[in-house]
Design a protein around this ligand. Structure first.
Ligand code: ADP
Ligand code: MG
Length: 341
């Protein structure tokens, strides 16, 4: 495998109302060819700025960006072998769908019949074979999103950049498009760099994820490694739900330093590694599971516990006491010293 995109110590400083905002702060990463790589983080953490620097829409204040080994740090967007799908799709409202999709070919001077034929192929690829003569205003949000994708793919970019492309869609459609986008990416073998603030989207689609926090990357790993072995407290709490116990709270349960325990790893009843008594403060129904907030007896610790709805054991109600246990392998130690509150 070879490296498609690499960032070396890339920073971007904006000046806003007379003061400097370090939107991206010394980010280094390498995306492999054909990889589905996601930039995940809260709003304002620098994801869009990072993507815009890869696309060439924003120039870095420091650092180096290479695409397929070529230093593109100072190149204009059109001179880079990448294309971008923006969150608002940015379709031309007065142009037909076919002309929108074919736009990239028109700019390159490809003849009309040729580019219309190619646009039709792309519309078939995104499963919209019959909308070529309509205008963007005559399509649903989901259809516009597919058109934006077709338009970005028409120049056969080696790398596709996607900034929250599914953000405007309702949940059902978003889940459907997640599956379609992923299978399209596999089929075409293109490198995807995908931006989202939605952890579920990131976990279900990505080969690897980089977690952004305040302009820095906290961890780069596969979805399952991020979830089971977060290297910082921020990652533990941003990806999924976590019980993070530090200092006295950890010691109350017999641990040192900072440890993480996922809610679904805590079970009802007695166990051999660690068992605690606790009172259910609150319980919430999520369909496939119940989420309990449990105040552990004789300590200040409160644990979030997920119990499958189909549990054979009776699930305690709010106000009731119960016994809970977990195994040694459920406990993950977070070594990062900065994780201390
Ligand atoms: P995200 O996409 O993760 O929400 P952004 O990359 O859009 O984050 O923004 C990161 C930070 O940079 C934010 O504090 C934002 O306000 C700031 N920022 C982004 N673009 C500009 C700009 N053009 N001028 C000044 N500040 C900006
Ligand atoms: Mg953004």
């Amino acid at each position: 495998m070879s490296v498609a995109v690499s960032l070396e110590e890339v920073s971007c400083v904006f000046s806003s109302a007379g003061r400097a905002v370090r939107a991206v702060d010394g980010v280094s990463l390498q995306v492999q060819e054909g990889e589905f790589f996601t930039l995940l983080g809260p709003s304002g953490s620098g994801k869009t700025t990072c993507l815009r620097m890869i696309g060439g829409f924003t120039l870095p204040s420091a650092g180096r960006i290479c695409i397929h080994g070529q230093d593109v740090s100072q190149l204009a967007p059109y001179a880079r072998p990448v294309n971008t799908v923006f969150q608002d799709y940015a379709l031309f409202p007065h142009m037909t769908i076919a002309d929108n999709v074919a736009y990239g070919l028109m700019v390159r001077g490809v003849a009309k019949t040729q580019r219309q034929a190619r646009a039709q192929q792309l519309l078939e690829l995104v499963q919209l074979p019959d909308v070529g003569q309509r205008k963007p205003g005559q399509l649903s949000g989901g259809q516009r999103q597919r058109v934006a994708l077709a338009r970005a793919l028409i120049n056969q970019p080696k790398v596709l950049l996607l900034d929250e492309p599914l953000g405007a869609l309702d949940l059902k459609l978003r889940e459907q498009m997640q599956t379609e986008l992923k299978s399209l990416q596999r089929k075409l073998g293109i490198t995807f760099i995908f931006v989202t603030h939605d952890q579920h989207e990131a976990l279900s689609m990505s080969d690897r994820i980089g977690i952004f926090n305040q302009g820095k990357i906290e961890q780069i790993a596969t979805p399952s490694d991020l979830y089971s072995r977060p290297s910082t407290r921020f990652v533990a709490e941003f990806v999924g739900t976590a019980n993070v116990l530090h200092g006295a709270a950890a010691r109350d349960l017999g641990y040192e330093g900072t440890v993480m325990l996922r809610p679904e790893m805590i079970r009802l009843g007695m166990g051999s590694h660690r068992s605690v008594q606790g009172t259910v403060q609150d319980r919430q129904y999520f369909g496939s599971f119940w989420r309990l907030q449990v105040a552990v007896q004789n300590s200040a610790v409160e644990l979030t516990v997920d119990v499958e709805s189909t549990s054979a054991q009776p699930i305690p109600q709010s106000g009731e006491a119960g016994t809970f246990h977990w195994s040694a392998s459920a406990v993950h130690t977070i070594a990062d010293a900065a994780s201390a509150p």
